[in-house]
Design a protein around this ligand. Structure first.
Ligand code: ATP
Ligand code: MG
Length: 346
């Protein structure tokens, strides 16, 4: 299926825990946001730790194939529970999906309408999604004195750095105005980012985007002191993970932070939060992170006007009545009530 203006097919991979509550909420918001003339289809796809426990498979071949072969235009992923100890034969299905579909960027907008926080925060963290310390290459050696030393290999390649930097500058260019791109000064990563800034897009990035670099420690410090100053931040995988979880705290809750896993051929919307076992099944998970992720997916698939409508509806819900929000934001509302409020504003 190709994404035309008359039909749209979206794969739904709720996976584990609150993913099963927030992905159906996102689905209903997509249905409400698209014009009724669009032939909208949803395809349920399986993955997850719970599936692994039942069947021994965390990511069925069928799920991968449907995404790879154009069976769906894009997909929404919920969350996987991470087992607290190593489970033989199990590895994370979302990590495998990112790899198999070559979704090399994790784009994480961190936004909050002014009144909710007193400061308007609106930045995008562009996290490298394929390498760094997450290649999980570790070893442990015994020293002559009997103590042990553990090592981890960190992989930063020129190719992966170049494509993530190019994506970040493209995002910054679209947001041009108060653009302030930060890149972490890690040798090759920094060199490639600077090169993309100077020479990429026929020299256009340099003309339209102001670039600033920051070491990760002072980046975290500045992010907490003056979050309103940041616009787009590009970082290798681990730094990007740390910076974006920290940024999530600034906007009130993990329950509102969205992301999109983006490659050249496919996109998967995914809330930043995990499966939240402490609140799963209670009907009080905040659906906003998933709803905003659905909006990112729609925008990626060419439905920007509808995506903007969703974002505006979410902002209104965040501002209109604090009591109707879910408990993570201090309210008494449920997943269902917040979803209905968003749909009402649509
Ligand atoms: P996992 O093993 O899946 O990562 P976790 O225990 O790390 O699970 P997270 O999902 O990362 O859980 O959540 C961390 C905290 O934030 C939990 O207390 C959880 O209840 C809360 N939280 C996360 N997402 C939401 C949400 N959508 N709505 C409300 N609270 C949330
Ligand atoms: Mg977690």
């Amino acid at each position: 299926a190709s994404s035309t203006k008359s039909s749209l097919t979206i794969g739904l991979i709720p996976a584990d825990g609150i993913g099963r509550e927030v992905i159906p909420a996102a689905r209903r918001v997509i249905e409400a946001a698209l014009p009724s003339s669009v032939r909208l289809n949803f395809v349920d796809l399986e993955a997850g730790f719970e599936l692994f426990q039942k069947t021994g498979v965390a990511l069925p071949e069928e799920t991968v194939r449907t995404c790879l072969d154009g069976g769906v235009d894009g997909a929404m992923f919920g969350s996987v529970s991470s087992p607290s100890h190593k489970v033989e034969g199990y590895s994370s299905p979302i990590v495998a999906l990112r790899k198999k579909l070559d979704l090399y960027a994790n784009v994480r907008p961190v936004a909050s309408p002014a009144a909710a926080l007193g400061k308007k925060i609106d930045m995008v963290i562009v996290r490298e999604n394929t390498e760094c310390l997450y290649i999980k290459s570790e070893k442990i050696e015994k020293n002559p004195d009997g103590t042990r030393t553990a090592y981890a290999t960190r992989k930063i390649s020129e190719t992966a750095s170049r494509r993530i930097a190019t994506m970040a500058f493209n995002i910054a260019q679209k947001r041009a105005g108060l653009s302030n791109v930060l890149s972490v000064t890690d040798g090759l990563f920094r060199e490639v980012c600077l090169d993309v800034w100077k020479n990429g897009n026929n020299g256009d990035f340099k003309k339209t985007v102001r670039m600033d670099e920051q070491l990760v420690d002072s980046m975290v410090y500045r992010l907490f002191r003056e979050p309103e100053k940041f616009d787009v931040c590009v970082a290798p995988n681990l730094y990007g993970d740390i910076i974006s979880d920290g940024a999530a705290a600034l906007v009130g809750s993990l329950g509102v932070v969205a992301s999109a896993n983006v490659g050249d051929k496919f996109c998967i919307g995914e809330p930043v939060h995990g499966s939240a076992p402490d609140i799963a099944g209670k009907g009080i998970a905040n659906p906003i992170a998933s709803i905003r992720s659905a909006s990112m997916l729609l925008s990626h698939l060419g439905w920007s006007a509808e995506a903007k409508k969703i974002d505006a509806a979410v902002d209104r819900v965040l501002l209109e009545n604090p009591a109707q929000l879910t408990p993570d934001l201090g309210g008494k509302g449920t997943t269902e009530q917040v979803t209905q409020a968003v749909i009402r504003h649509l």
